[in-house]
Design a protein around this ligand. Sequence first.
Ligand SMILES: [Zn+2]
Length: 421
Amino acid sequence: MEQDQLFERLWNGTAPMEDWTQAVSHGAVTAVGDNIVTVHSTYFCGSVTAIHTSAGLVMIDTASAELAPRTLAAIRHRDDSPVHTVIYTHGHIDHTGGIAVIDAEADARRLPRPRIVAHRDVRRRMERYKTTQGFNSIVQGQQFNYPNYTYPVGQRQPDAVYDDTLTLTIGGERLVLFHGRGETDDATFVWLPERRVLVSGDFVIWMFPNAGNPRKVQRYAAEWAATLRRMQTLKAEVLIPGHGPVIFGAARAGQVLGDGAMLLESLVGQTLALMNRGCTLDEVLHSVSAPAELLAKPYLRAKYDDPEFVVRAIWQLYAGWFDGDPAHLKPAPASELAAELAALAGGAERLAERAATLAEGGRTRLAAHLAEFAACAVPDDKAIQATRAMVLERCMEQETSLMGRAFLAVYQRDAAARSKD
Ligand SMILES: [Zn+2]
């Protein structure tokens, strides 16, 4: 009952998702229907859906390694049957990391480990994580401010993979797996046709679609929208998102899918129209705007990713890395450019002073350029670093998204530390 009231407040936008995270942190179970539960532990970890069949449990995702014990315990409180099959909706660690906990339980009970089913590209993703573990450790550590973070690799790989669609019948339960690209290239959503239950994975996350993370591999805004449209045609009665609470009712489920698709279609359409007219990335970034009425929806707020980052990802997908500024094709070293501009301005201090004035006046984007030039020209100047720290703090105040703030904070902390050394 309390959960229902909280849901209504999340749905109408009067409660923040932080309230939900607090409410579910012990490992909250949502009964989705006969023999199906979804378990949540925090907004930031993928939810886990368990389907009881006569052959054993089918689990859709595993949660992260840290939260899987809590999630599995919540399932075990209701259902003691062995785990027959695990479906990964994609290869992100907050959806796959818990497999070790599930395997360990099977080992302890002397039962076979579950079969893992996923899209073919999950394997490639897991291999890539090994190749780029150092980089991912740095980026993930920065994004969530975990110093000395080590990105976990080596989760158990899928035993069976598919390409476009796959129908599984397990213990009398029919599950249809569909592939789509969106946040990732290896994503699956699961449709239970007899129950009209749709398990969307991270195609639905109760937030603005996470299709533009500045420091991650390519994301696919247009295909994300197309996948949401494909989901809409199924007319689900229940929508189980990758993150956030379960959405009951065909009207609400359809609305969430349709609004998400419309928002992405708008960004893709505007960006492509400008690109096709020959605009530069600079012109595109400062012309495209996300429809305000969609961004205002409680399930589409840009609190994690930023629409401007998505526009960049769309550009990158179709146009590559060159932004259309000839000076950026083969740029001079940043330190040379900074030194030249500092000399022209009458010293790096002048650049920093102007940066401070602009930042205080709210022109934080422009201020950031000048502060970075000043600091790049004379990196060891404590006063310039102090100005830089102030400017970046003002920039952070302008950001609505966690990513925008988090990545700026990395440099803000650096500047603050260097201003005191
Ligand atoms: Zn996720």
